[in-house]
Design a protein around this ligand. Sequence first.
Ligand code: GLC
Length: 740
Amino acid sequence: MNKFKFTIALAMIMMLFACKNMKVNTEALLDRKVDSVFALMNIDEKIGQLTLYTSDYDVTGPTIRASYKEDVKSGRVGAIFNAVGTKYTRELQKLAVENSRLHIPLIFGYDVIHGYKTIFPIPLGESASWDLEAIENSARIAALEASASGLHWTFAPMVDIARDPRWGRIAEGAGEDTYLGSLIAAARVKGFQGQDFSGTSSVLACAKHYAAYGAALAGRDYNTVDMSERTLREVYLPPFHAACNAGAATFMTSFNEIAGVPSTANKQLLTDILRGEWGFKGFVVTDYTSINEMVQHGNCANEKEAGELAINAGVDMDMQGAVYNNYLKKSIEENKVNIEQVNAAVKRILRMKFMLGLFADPYKFCDEEREKKVVFAKENLDYAREVAKKSIVLLKNSKSVLPLSKNIKSLALIGPLANNKSELIGNWSGQGDWHNAVSLLDGVKQKVSAETKLLYAKGCNINDDSTNFAEALKVAQNADVIVLALGEGAWMSGEASSRSNINLPGVQNELYKEILKLGKPLVVVLMNGRPLTIQHIANTADAILETWFAGTRAGDAIADVLFGDYNPSGKLTATFPRSVGQIPLYYNAKNTGRPFDEKNKYTSKYLDIQNTPLYPFGFGLSYTTFSYSDVKVNKDSISMTDTLQISVTVKNTGKIAGEEVVQLYVRDLVGSVTRPVKELKGFKKLMLQSGESKEIVFKLTSNDLAFYTLDMTFKAEKGDFKVFVGTNSVDVKEAKFKIY
Ligand code: GLC
């Protein structure tokens, strides 16, 4: 190596050492700052930092504490949620900083779930885009708007795997699959937290609800969860692990118990796994009064005991319960709680406040000029339209009735959601203002020509039996094509919003049947927060678009798809069952010892319905078509350290360009424990021009095939495997390989 190169190499090594050293120094400096404040604190002030209260600006739970401002002034609260806006957060921050003895700043949290004021599709909808970059960018914009509004912390991403669409909170997550859910969890954490916390455009993420909240029995919110540790670790924990690895600053405990232990008192979850196995360094907050609710669970006799269980399990911050504030001091005096546990929790929270720069400038996020410029900016709204388009799933398009022509002679837009805005921003829509939303009727008006006769009728309400079918029929009779906008109210999914049936509510099915009788081209646009049972519509409509609650720009985005300005590319991330009786129904199920066989009575089936879903996981059509070559593997067998390459050539066999999500699934045919019949292990979303082909290559190693074996060690096992590639979890081509 010549002298010059040597010098460069040496300089690089020294710089790398310096950077590493600098990181260590930054950490050490942060610790020193925390210790400097911590050393001054008395026990009341310490417990105050472990306390989070809601302001009375917004309500997201069963209790409100009227005295929260007094608590702020006395230093008996470390964080406030549901207070938004630079003005109001500045006012509350001043109360804390100017009145409390140590002037410790507050952090402000809020549920920025799918946008702050510019609202994006509900997360279940966004996940159907399978576009990790779009999902990260959407969270980034949400963080820009939230941080510009005085907020430091969002209670998102919700990363609960959900296999039961009766559960209303399926709307808030990424559906049923662990692999996709883990990637989306990481993308959303990165979006919310950005590069670092040195500026004012990032907010602390909060991975919630830890853990297994989506497995509530019977899909009833807050209900009991009971599962094997293997299922917990293989299905429900990985998205949380991914969020932790992505640097999530905080975690939130879930309301539910798992196998008799409420998550808010689950030391294995909160300390052994989260901190011990995963190395989590942030802080853990409870969900809304979930410490208090352990008395109802019945694993403790009173709130004081609940607080002792929570702090000893690893809960740092008590959301709205005031349990720590009321009892922790006494518990410490009685040696029921080790003061070191409290000290560690306090330091984690102080550390976040230093990281956010709030000690240096408690008002750094309270810039009213920035708030005016950033919140609801045009570029944010335009991006919300882009994400909404990507989230829409084409479920049916027989006779290619879609896309519609913009010069269509007459079009009837009918249904309770056709000219609606208030539902389109969905549940958990933060500071979104539905008055600013674009209705479907607005969106369609922007598309059709001046000559088009555009007719509208509501036909019925969303969820009651009042009808005006006559008006709807009259309008429909005067149109060449009918678009029916049907679905749920935003309030019918989200928290405390489980449904015992997942049909279209009210008399919407009756409206549909009346309109169907006219025998005209019929397009159904669904707006909903969960998979719905729509068998009759699936059998008889000409086209069906699943649009979820698509956010502020819903009407524009749906119209973009209806009229072909965007070729739909979404794929379902939650199975659509044929009947609520099939639930839970998900693609990565076990084979059982008696898998369904139509020739054999004694196999796993129902007498009254087939086992298959109406629409499977990964399903979604396009206005073009794609063909798949046979699947090829570069080796018939691999060792535990080899890499397998799986290739397929996908061709756009249609007349227009379109995006396809090519999906890779694997089946481990024999394991020391039973294995799912399919597991998603990769996907690629790509644009193909008409006639264009592209070879897609996936890579797998034994690490991708690891699972919790019979003795609960996490590893791959030798043996036979199948690999599947296709356009959804059912329509696939397969190949075989071995691990030796
Ligand atoms: C609610 C929700 C949780 C939310 C929290 C704060 O009860 O369960 O998702 O972040 O309270 O609003």
